[in-house]
Design a protein around this ligand. Sequence first.
Ligand code: ATR
Length: 278
Amino acid sequence: MKYKMNTNNQSHKTTICMVIGDPVAHSLSPNMHNAGYKAYGIAEQYTYLAWRIRIEQIPLFLKGVRSVGIRGVSCTVPHKIIVMPYLDKIDPIAKKIGAVNTIVNDNHVLTGYNTDWIGISKPLEAITSIQGKTVALLGAGGAARAAAYAITQSHGKLIILNRTAEKAQSIANDFGGTVAPLDDYETIQKADIIINTTTLGLHPQEHETPIPKKYITKDHIVFDCVYGEKETRLLKEAQEQGARVIHGREMLLHQGTAQFTLYTKRKAPEEIMRKTLL
Ligand code: ATR
C-alpha cells in the first residue's frame, strides 16, 4: 500500500527538513523545497516545514534534531550564529563566514554549512564575471560577510561601506578590501557592482534606499539582498536609471537550491523552485 504522507502524520518513510526562525511564518522556503520534492516525485519521502523556535529553545531543539534524525535544518534570523556551538562539525566556509544557515544530520552527526554566499555568487556570475570588478558592499552584518566571501573568492575588488565603521573594518580584516562610510556616494558610483545588505528597504524601512538615485548609472549591476512583497525602492530606482538589477529572491533561490542538494544529494530543480518564489 502506498503511504500517503502529510505533515501531521510522520511515518518512518518520511525524511523531515525544516526552516527555523523567529519569526518564520512568512518564510517562502517550505513552498520552494516542497515544490522541488514534488518535481522529483519524492514528495512522499521528503517534507519541509517551517518551525518557530525561540533562541532559548535552540540547545534542546538541536539535541532533538540529532536524536530523532531530522535530516536538514535551515536557519534564518536570529539563529545563524547561535546554533554553531551546538553542532558536531562546521564546514570551513561557514567557519570563515562566521554563520551557519544549513544544518545537515548524517547518522546523528550535525554539520553546519553556509549557502548564503552561493545565493550571492550564482546570480551575479550568471550575468557578469566578478573577477577584477569593483564591488561596493553596503552593510556589514551576517549577509555582508557571506557576500564578502563570495566576492573575494571570485577575485572581485571589495569596498565595504557601513554606518558603523568598526564592523566594516572587521570584514575587511577577515576577507580583505577597503572600507568607506555608507554615505560615500562617489565611491559607490565608481563601482561596477553594488550589493545592498543593509536593512534599508526592509519593513519598516521599506520607503528608504541606501543610495540617492542620481548616483546610480546604466553601467551598474545592483543586487538588493533585501526582499519583500514589493520591489524595493533601490531596485525600482536602479531600473529607472537603466542599471541591471538582481532581486533578493534570487539569493533566496540559490541559497535554497544549494540546501536542497545538501539535504537530498540531488541537483535541485532550479526553475521549478524559482516559480514558487514569483
Ligand atoms: P543581516 O544578518 O541580514 O546582514 P544585520 O546583521 O542585522 O542583518 O545587519 C544589518 C545591516 O544593516 C548592518 O550593516 C546595519 O548597519 P550597522 O552595522 O551600522 O548597524 C545596517 N543598517 C540597519 N539599519 C540601518 C540604517 N537605518 N541606516 C544604515 N544602515 C543600517
